[in-house]
Ligand binder design. Structure first.
Ligand code: ADE
Length: 226
């Protein structure tokens, strides 16, 4: 997979892309991630990428021209189809199913919006879809893009070492994950549920399924309706 990110703050990304599993995924050749500064795509002599909104109002709007030019330049480098995604609070809510769907794409282009706004023509004529990571407003789409990268890249086959670690995690099959314990079996006065140290795999499996259901019913009944 190849991911291209267009932003006016490229420096924000190194903390996420150059650490841990996402870093290793790149080293293993599972994903190539490119962060592009939007400013060089501006035709303005001062590399300006925003301007005041027509009709008045506060804040500055990211202009269409540099964003269209950046996407065109990236598409010229890509072989095959790509999906252009605008990160903004008006987008459809991102969830695990979206991460799964996008993890199957070979090329993703993320456009990080700014909270004041993005020229509507980017939305209408450039983006294939708009995604939001929740009902709150961030100062820009950068953190949202990082959330998407993290949740998508870990789903690419071979990125996580243990194949099983994806099988029963939260949101797979619209269930929250069952409770997990590690050594010691007794910590202070609290013991691990007996069944987990029994070695009876079918019983453990049934217990985990029941606990996942119970937890989902208590905390996220909306998931069960799906
Ligand atoms: N930009 C600002 N707020 C956002 C959000 N909630 N999701 C995605 N992009 C954003």
């Amino acid at each position: 997979m190849r991911i291209d990110i267009i932003t006016i703050f490229p420096g924000m990304f190194s903390a996420v892309l150059d650490e841990s599993i996402i870093k290793r995924a790149q080293q293993k050749g599972k994903v190539d991630i490119f962060v592009h500064d939007l400013r060089p795509y501006s035709l303005d002599k001062h590399h300006k990428v925003d301007d005041r909104p027509f009709g008045g109002g506060s804040g500055m709007i990211l202009q269409a021209e540099p964003i269209f030019r950046a996407v065109a330049a990236i598409k010229r480098k890509i072989k095959g189809r790509s999906r252009v995604i605008l990160l903004c609070p008006q987008g459809k809510s991102f969830n695990h199913a979206c991460a799964r769907r996008l993890s199957k794409c070979s090329n993703l282009i993320f456009i990080c919006g700014r909270y004041e706004g993005v020229d509507e023509r980017v939305r209408q004529y450039l983006a294939d879809e708009e995604l939001s990571i929740g009902d709150y407003v961030l100062t820009g789409g950068e953190l949202a893009a990082m959330v998407l990268v993290d949740s998508i890249v870990r789903l690419i086959p071979g990125v996580l070492g243990d194949k099983n670690s994806l099988n029963f995690e939260s949101f797979e099959g619209n269930l929250l994950e069952y409770p997990q314990y590690s050594r010691p079996a007794k910590f202070r006065k609290w013991s691990v549920p007996e069944v987990l140290v029994s070695g009876a795999h079918d019983k453990i499996s049934a217990w985990r399924k029941a606990e996942a259901l119970k937890r989902t019913r208590q905390r996220r009944p909306d998931l069960l309706k799906k």
